[in-house]
Design a protein around this ligand. Structure first.
Ligand code: ADP
Length: 633
């Protein structure tokens, strides 16, 4: 016999499971039945190459009201001693560390733990919710020795050699007193119908039925199958209740909530399959830590489970919101998991699924805006990732992007199509500005001309937006242009008027312009007049080919070494301040005030866009000096 300690993280998890008050105390049975069904799936898969292991899968529930036990038996793959140590002594899930971290944070919140457990599906360990002791008797398919694993779920478990005639596992729960209700046939059968009806193997249970009255009273033992066993994805939607779909989804995805959308479809033609897909409401928890799941779609071939890990079935960016089942009728049944990689047929299935999901999302955006906003609020980053990783579908993905805009209400989002449809015929380009928040960009001087022209500007407030938009480049044949960069690509008459105005200002203020360029040499690469401004005195813009200030900030934050690229200071040709400065310069070019003012223009431009000043103390000093002089007359 070996007596072993649980790994630290399992102990932590167990104490959480045992001590938390469950809002959903019945889930343990669903989890153990799911494990039993998985074990049968695995054995049936093995039997494809080792026919002697073939079996009609069956799960059997046995309750003993005298001993207060409930057993879940299966004739699946079973476990040997090593499997028991590995599977029932550690946490096998990826991202488990993050899970425990979150669990620790959630400790003070009694409602959070069950949700997290539901979300992650602590699976086997949920047995300890209901039981003070758990015994697993198991014999691995193809081996001769059976083993018994036993634990009270505190800090250790024992494994001993045991006797068991058939392959498979029996998990026996020694029920806690307040879980005695789960010895009752009616209670168990209703739970099975509720949560496990779709399980593809019969879940059987014996129970006693009393018939007749008085002398004729008879007790009969019935052996009933509690679930309908119909593969839920093969049934028509009218046959399946919402509750059943929900519980199937939860079983599949370990999500605690219901799905946002369900998609059931048949594909015919190049590849024949049936798929039941679910779009989630929440980003899976581990995604916040950059851990992605590979187990999204369960692949079946003619109803035989093949694998829950076939990364080729789904583009990476969809794994955050999609789960489901794909049942192929034309893949060969004896396919190995390895040959599924780079398999052209699998790729065809993936393509059809991707297309279908994108189509559903487009329809949702068009017909059920509220639902789509819910989706987008949670998964916009993944859609954006798609626009640069899924080249083939980039146009469809671009149409799923939403942004705030200058002319729309705060927090009302618009698509590129909506922007483009609302454009006046004279507007030549799609405009955007980047920044951290609506407040930060809304009053930007760079918007002045466009506001005056009654043109809309997209607000790109997510740091990745600029990269996404940058690689889209054009939408509906219209260039997408930053308002904070070089040329605004205005309509011919406006462009002409702008040019004339700036040329004239440049001519009149030639000397001042030269002076400012020199004074600000260290800060900007050029000083020029621009019709972009109608009210403010000045602003900073990037040269056409240069990275924007926002992009530079982003690169800096990502610690991507990049030399600082100087920008251009643009001046308003109608500004009275510039006019006055020019006059002063012509009259007294040596006046030290002018140098101070030059610096202050640059500082103003930085402040207006919400950038940090390189030397705030110097700015304050200059302002104080100016205020003093003014007061002293
Ligand atoms: P999960 O099922 O999500 O992997 P569990 O904690 O439920 O996590 O189970 C851990 C592992 O224990 C399973 O992956 C499986 O390898 C093994 N296991 C659990 N129950 C059984 C069973 N009835 N038969 C065979 N193996 C099992």
């Amino acid at each position: 016999m070996s007596n072993m300690k649980f790994k630290a993280e399992v102990k932590e998890l167990l104490s959480m499971v045992i001590n938390s008050i469950y809002s959903n105390r019945e889930i343990f049975l669903r989890e153990l039945i799911a494990n039993a069904a998985d074990a049968i799936d695995k054995r049936r898969f093995m039997a494809l190459t080792q026919p002697e292991l073939a079996v009609d899968g069956e799960i059997r529930l046995t309750a003993d009201p005298t001993a207060h036990t409930l057993s879940i038996s299966d004739n699946g793959i079973g476990m040997n001693q090593d499997d028991m140590v590995q599977n029932l002594g550690t946490i096998a899930h990826s991202g488990s560390k993050e899970f425990l971290k979150k669990l620790a944070q959630a400790k003070d919140n009694p409602n959070a733990a069950p949700e997290l457990i539901g979300q992650f599906g602590v699976g086997f360990y949920s047995a300890f919710m209901a039981a003070s002791k758990v015994v697993v008797l198991s014999k691995k398919a193809g081996e001769t020795q059976a083993w018994k694993w036993e634990s009270a779920g505190v800090d250790n478990f024992t494994i001993t050699e045991a006797e068991k005639p058939d392959y498979g596992s029996t998990v026996t729960l020694y029920l806690k007193e307040d879980f005695y209700e789960y010895e009752e046939y009616w209670q168990i059968s209703s739970l099975v119908r509720k949560y496990s009806d779709f399980i593809a193997y019969p879940i059987k249970m014996q129970h006693t039925v009393t018939t007749g009255e008085g002398d004729k009273k008879k007790e009969e033992i019935h052996d009933d199958t509690l679930n309908s066993m119909k593969a839920i994805w093969l049934r028509s939607e009218s046959e399946v209740s919402e509750e059943e779909y929900k519980s199937f989804y939860q079983h599949l995805s370990s999500d605690y909530d219901e799905p946002l959308k369900r998609i059931l479809f048949n594909a015919e033609g190049a590849s024949e399959f049936r798929a039941l897909l679910f779009i989630a409401k929440h980003l899976p928890f581990q995604y916040q830590f950059g851990v992605r799941t590979k187990k999204n779609l369960n692949l079946y071939i003619k109803r035989v489970f093949i694998t829950d890990e076939c990364p080729d079935l789904l583009p990476d960016y969809m794994t955050g919101f999609l789960s489901g089942v794909v049942d192929s009728s034309d893949l060969p049944l004896n396919i190995s998991r390895e040959t599924l990689q780079n398999n052209p047929q699998v790729k065809r299935i993936a393509k059809a699924i991707t297309n279908r999901v994108l189509k559903e999302l487009a329809a949702m955006l068009e017909k059920d805006r509220e639902k789509y906003l819910q989706f987008y609020g949670e998964f916009s980053r993944l859609i954006k990732e798609g626009t640069y990783s899924d080249w083939e579908n980039r146009e469809k993905l671009q149409n799923l992007l939403l942004f705030q805009s200058m002319k729309s209400e705060p927090d009302k989002l618009i698509s590129l199509k909506e922007y483009s449809d609302a454009m006046k015929p004279t507007q030549k380009a799609i405009y955007f500005i980047t920044g951290d928040s609506r407040e930060a960009v809304e009053h930007s001087p760079q918007l002045e001309l466009l506001r005056k022209q009654d043109m809309d500007v997209l607000f790109l407030l997510d740091p990745v937006d600029e990269i996404v938009i940058g690689q889209i480049g054009k939408y509906a044949d219209k260039e997408i242009v930053s308002v904070a960069k070089g040329d605004l690509k205005m309509d011919e008459p406006i462009q002409k008027e702008m040019e004339e105005k700036t040329e004239k200002a440049a001519k009149t203020n030639k000397n001042l312009l030269e002076f400012l360029k020199k004074e600000l040499e260290a800060n900007v690469k050029d000083v020029r007049f621009s019709a972009r401004l109608t009210e403010s005195t000045c602003c900073l813009v990037s040269d056409s080919g240069d990275p924007s200030a926002n992009m530079q900030r982003l690169m800096k934050a990502m610690k991507q070494g990049m030399p600082e690229v100087k920008r251009i200071l643009e001046l308003n040709p109608d500004s009275p301040l510039i006019e006055a400065m020019s006059k002063k310069f012509e009259a007294a070019p040596e006046d030290p005030l002018l140098a101070d003012y030059a610096k202050m223009l640059y500082d103003q431009a930085l402040l207006c866009e919400g950038s940090e000043l390189p030397d705030p103390a110097a700015f304050a000093q200059r302002t104080a000096k100016l205020m003093t002089e003014r007061l002293q007359g």
